[in-house]
Design a protein around this ligand. Structure first.
Ligand code: DGT
Ligand code: CA
Ligand code: CA
Length: 366
């Protein structure tokens, strides 16, 4: 059907954190649901991580202060505000990624809720076969996880990324090589990843709002306006050109454990005892999974449910429990120096994992 070199999917979950919350509490569906990151300062200080599409209709979106979101939803009795539960979202993400990677020749993890898939081989460069495959992937995610995602399908990562965002939620947007310009031209210039407020306002000074408008500039104009590197990037991007291959990359692996304390506390000795238990548990996981770790992090969930984290990158990977205890206790003592609230839960996380022996097995990240 086409002469394109590759066929690439970009998969992105819809309102990810909020959809995870709907999954464990289906009653939230159809009511405004806002996932919040409460800051250290307590009360409602902090920002919205994300919101479901019902809440978005009221103007609630990622990044706005929680107080703004509460205000926008103040007349809505059914609105729910939840503290972000990153460990839970990571678990869902791992399950999702294990499903998704089966659909790819090459799988590149981008973040908790998105990935690129090169499907050139298995679709034989055929777009109707690719459309079918993308639909199958969406169905499987829906059946197994009860979640929706949006997928962009095109000859490169840039266009697939834009296409996955084109129709949300539950979208599937196919852009064949011959449709690239027709697809891109009418879109606003800021759909190009990396084009932020500043670049956008620069362009606006030249009466340039859409991708088509930006096509008027040659690479020299753009280099003068934005510097050579950005100029060349924009020149290619507005023409739908992107040669970056999908690079095999498994999800960032991490192991963590968290416990709720017998009583809220900020007593070093008491917390140390609990941390020691966590060290044993997390260390045991690393042994079971035959991994060494390079990064160690602790997490507090405070009495007001706000969270705090502190982590350290070691010089070399290790699998020593002595080192895990030493470094995490250090992190604990340092954090307590500036800790005002009492702590309700304490967590320990290891990441930057490498195999204890032999080659890294990229499928075994769970
Ligand atoms: P979507 O893809 O538009 O349906 O909605 P999301 O929520 O999946 O948005 P996305 O893909 O940009 O981000 C994935 C997750 O990352 C999202 O569920 C929460 C988190 N996130 C996104 N934007 C922000 C932000 O501005 N602040 C914080 N703290 N977290 C964010
Ligand atoms: Ca998303
Ligand atoms: Ca995303």
């Amino acid at each position: 059907m086409s002469m394109g070199q590759r066929i690439i999917f970009h998969v992105d979950f819809d309102y990810f954190y909020a959809q995870c919350e709907e999954m464990r509490n289906p009653k939230l569906k159809g009511t405004p649901t806002v996932v919040c990151i409460f800051s250290d300062r307590g009360g409602d200080s902090g920002a919205v991580a994300t919101a479901n599409y019902v809440a978005r209709e009221f103007g609630v979106k990622s990044g706005i202060p929680i107080t703004f979101a509460k205000n926008k939803l103040k007349n809505n009795m059914n609105a729910t505000f939840l503290p972000a539960d990153f460990d839970y979202y990571s678990d869902i993400s791992s399950s999702a990624m294990r499903i998704i990677e089966n659909f790819a020749d090459v799988f590149e993890y981008v973040g908790r809720d998105e990935a690129y898939l090169d499907v050139t081989k298995r679709t034989n460069k055929d777009y109707s076969s690719a459309t079918h495959l993308a639909q199958q992937l969406k169905n499987e995610i829906q059946n197994k996880l009860k979640m929706s995602c949006s997928i962009g399908v095109s000859p490169n990562k840039l266009i697939s990324k834009i296409a996955s965002d084109y129709k949300k939620p539950d979208g599937l947007t196919i852009v064949t090589p011959e449709q690239i310009n027709k697809f891109l031209d009418p879109l606003e210039i800021n759909v190009i990843p990396g084009i932020g407020k500043k670049t956008e306002s620069n362009f606006r000074d030249f009466d340039c709002k859409t991708v088509e408008d930006a096509n008027k500039f040659d690479v020299f104009d753009l280099s003068k306006m934005f510097g050579k590197k950005t100029g060349v990037y924009i020149y290619n991007s507005v023409r739908g050109i992107d040669e970056n291959p999908v690079k095999p990359r498994p999800p960032t692996i991490q192991f963590s454990k968290i416990i709720t304390l017998k009583q809220n506390s900020k007593d070093l000795e008491f917390l140390e005892e609990n941390l020691k238990i966590l060290c044993e548990q997390v260390h045991k996981i690393s042994l079971d999974k035959k991994k060494m770790f390079r990064s160690i992090g602790i997490q507090f969930v405070n009495e007001d449910l706000s969270t705090r984290t502190k982590s350290k990158m070691l010089k070399n990977p290790t699998n020593s429990i002595t080192e895990l205890e030493k470094v995490s206790t250090q992190l604990l003592a340092e954090s307590l120096e500036t800790q005002e609230l009492l702590i309700r839960r304490i967590g320990l996380r290891i990441s930057e994992l490498t195999d204890l022996e032999g080659q890294s097995d990229i499928t075994n990240y769970f």
